[in-house]
Design a protein around this ligand. Structure first.
Ligand SMILES: Nc1ncnc2c1ncn2[C@@H]1O[C@H](COP(=O)(O)OP(=O)(O)OP(=O)(O)O)[C@@H](O)[C@H]1O
Ligand SMILES: [Mg+2]
Length: 606
């Protein structure tokens, strides 16, 4: 399907090491587009901050000029008892100093605010967008990568924005203004300064070349560290169960060692670049002093001019280090922007209809018409089939691992659309139903039974956000979990804080049943929803399950055949096909697959 290919474009680009020219162009265009869309809302403020920084740097550069005037003109006048020029130059110097200080302070705070607003915007966009994307995206794009987009990539952009970019603009402007001031003040000093730019250019180029490589290495090393850390911590149970700690520790140590090494390299490079920079600057100052001194003896210039030239050239190189590093920060930020723009470019593959057909009173009649399905890898998972599930029927879906049961459930809950054919609820194509109505009509409970941080009551109320306390308790009672909840430390107000923290897997499932009950959907899908329950709990739920399923269409996927006893109809699936379809009694009496499964299961009970 065209949409499959087109929708995942950003992801595929990222996996490729070498991009073609066309793709590079596309990636650049897409990240520029994102950049412009981020800047647009802060455009005016950017212009204002640019004006402020220009004025502040102009004031800053005036200082030495005033000193030259004070020494060469005002001081001789003062000696002749005319204090006015000295007062004037001191006053002007103070004014320029105060103006520079306050403008720079304003600029830095203002620019920081603008930067933070841009980051805030981007951070939210990434979150909202990734959350909105269809399950297809999330099953493909690992959570580690999603985490990287939201953390290290955003950090790279943040680093560029707040460390330096504003100081850098100020620094570059300062260099330009200083050069202009020197031209106006004293050409020979300017010439010496320009000569010193030659060794500086060589040194900076060397520095840049080496840092670029190492800087990239530090980012790769830190990404590896994050991935290793996330993987270890998310799989902490498996780590402990298989005593993988030692090996993990070794791997982690190797990675930190690598990280330490590349960082040390970068610092070493600074250890050469910084002294080099200072030496070149000092030699230039010495030459300006020497040449200037000779010209003062000549009488061709005043001491004040030499003093100012020295003041200028001494600080001329200050922004250089930041400038040399800027390129690196810029590179990693732009590659981060490319990756983020890739995610933002992704479109939900399961789209909401523009003009949905209203579904006011869902009854729960499901019909698969010539439905076929494959995931984006193209391998057929469900072969073309027709299936009619009348409203109110309880259907058990059984079959071997990998037969396609969960996939069928994902189609019914519209996490995916069929790649061919239609799936209808009450004669309306699922694609034509609005998201809100669809989620209200069809609820799927999975084995995962995720609980969000919050209280038990809040977690049940997720099924129906406006539910009252009584309704919550009623739902819990209906599915038979009220007693269990009351036995928890704070009953319904117990905080389930962490996943698996205080509530066991089975208890989570019990709570999620209450959540499904309160939602009161027309169609309920239970995908291995009782898998974590022990036999007594399952018995207890069995009773609750009857209440839960009463009056609605339900599809139960379970390996434990005891759960299936309440079904009106059993579908046996194998290799993407429904191979048996009848009432449980008839199938058991027959000689098919289900009869065998049932016999094996009964024997196991003895
Ligand atoms: N996101 C996916 N992308 C590609 N293939 C998938 C994806 N999810 C499942 N599959 C494949 O589809 C087939 C059916 O998987 P499904 O999860 O529907 O099986 P199942 O019947 O629910 O199995 P089980 O009893 O183990 O839960 C499997 O071969 C599986 O590898
Ligand atoms: Mg499954």
């Amino acid at each position: 399907m065209a949409r499959h290919g087109g929708g995942m474009r950003g992801v595929e680009n990222e996996d490729q090491i070498e991009l073609t020219k066309e793709q590079q162009k596309e990636v650049r265009a897409r990240s520029l587009k994102l950049l412009f869309s981020l800047i647009r809302p802060v455009k005016l403020r950017l212009v204002l901050s640019f004006v402020v920084v220009i004025v502040s740097q102009a004031f800053r550069v005036v200082g030495p000029m005033l000193i030259a005037f004070a020494i060469d003109t005002a001081l001789p006048a003062a000696i002749k008892n005319d204090m006015t020029p000295l007062w004037l130059s001191v006053g002007a110097y103070l004014f320029a100093a105060v103006a520079t200080g306050s403008l720079i302070s304003f600029f830095l705070r203002f620019a920081a605010k603008v930067n933070q607003d841009v980051l805030f915007d981007l951070r939210n966009r990434v979150f909202v967008h990734t959350q909105k994307l269809s399950l297809e995206f999330h099953e493909k794009y690992t959570s580690g990568r999603v985490i990287a987009r939201q953390t290290s990539d955003l950090d790279a952009i943040k680093e560029l924005l707040d460390s330096g970019s504003s100081e850098l603009i100020a620094g570059v402007l300062y260099m330009i203004f200083t050069a202009v001031a020197l031209v106006l003040l004293d050409l020979p000093s300017f010439a010496i300064l320009m000569l010193s730019l030659i060794p500086l250019a060589f040194l900076t180029r060397w520095f840049q070349k080496n840092t670029r490589l190492n800087y990239r290495k530090t980012r790769v090393a830190s990404a590896k560290l994050i991935i290793q850390f996330v993987e270890t911590m998310t799989g902490i149970r498996a780590v402990k169960a298989f005593r993988k700690e030692k090996r993990n520790q070794e791997v982690y140590q190797e990675l930190t060692e690598e990280y330490r090494k590349v960082n040390a390299k970068v610092i070493q490079l600074f250890g050469i670049y910084d002294p080099g920079l200072i030496s070149i600057a000092r030699v230039a100052v010495a030459m300006i002093l020497l040449v200037g001194g000779l010209r003062v003896i000549d009488g061709s210039i005043g001491i004040g001019v030499v003093t100012a030239a020295i003041l200028y050239s001494r600080r001329f190189y200050d922004p250089m280090e930041g400038l040399a590093m800027f390129y690196n920060a810029y590179q990693s930020a732009s590659s981060a922007l490319e990756k983020i723009s890739g995610v933002l470019e992704e479109e939900p593959t399961v789209e909401e209809a523009a003009n949905p057909t209203p579904l006011t009173e869902p009854k729960g009649h499901l019909e698969f018409k010539d439905v076929e399905f494959h995931y984006s890898n193209g391998i057929t998972v469900l072969k073309p089939f027709n299936l009619n599930i009348p409203a109110g029927q309880t259907v058990a879906l059984v079959g071997t691992t990998g037969a396609g049961k969960s996939t069928l459930a994902k189609l019914v809950s519209r996490f995916y659309d069929p790649t061919h054919g239609n799936l209808e609820l009450d004669e309306i194509d699922l694609r034509q139903i609005s998201d809100v109505e669809l989620r209200r009509a069809i609820v799927m409970v999975t084995q995962e039974a995720y609980l969000f941080s919050g209280t038990v009551a809040e977690n049940i109320a997720l099924g129906k956000p406006d539910s009252t306390e009584d309704q919550i308790i009623e739902a819990a009672k209906a599915v038979g979990v009220h007693e269990f909840i009351m036995s928890m430390p704070e009953g319904y107000n117990t905080d389930v804080a962490k996943r698996g923290g205080r509530v066991s897997a089975g208890q989570r499932q019990l709570i999620s049943f209450a959540r499904a009950f309160i939602a009161d959907p027309a169609v309920l899908i239970l995908d291995e929803a009782t898998a974590s329950l022990d036999i007594p709990s399952e018995r207890m739920v069995q009773h609750g399950l009857k209440t839960l399923l009463n009056g609605r269409t339900s599809i139960i996927i379970a390996h434990r055949l005891s759960t299936i006893s309440i079904a009106d109809r059993v579908l046996v699936m194998e290799h993407g096909e429904v191979i048996e379809d009848d009432t449980p009694a008839k199938l058991i009496a027959g000689s098919g697959k289900f009869a065998k499964m049932h016999k094996a299961w009964r024997d196991s009970l003895i």
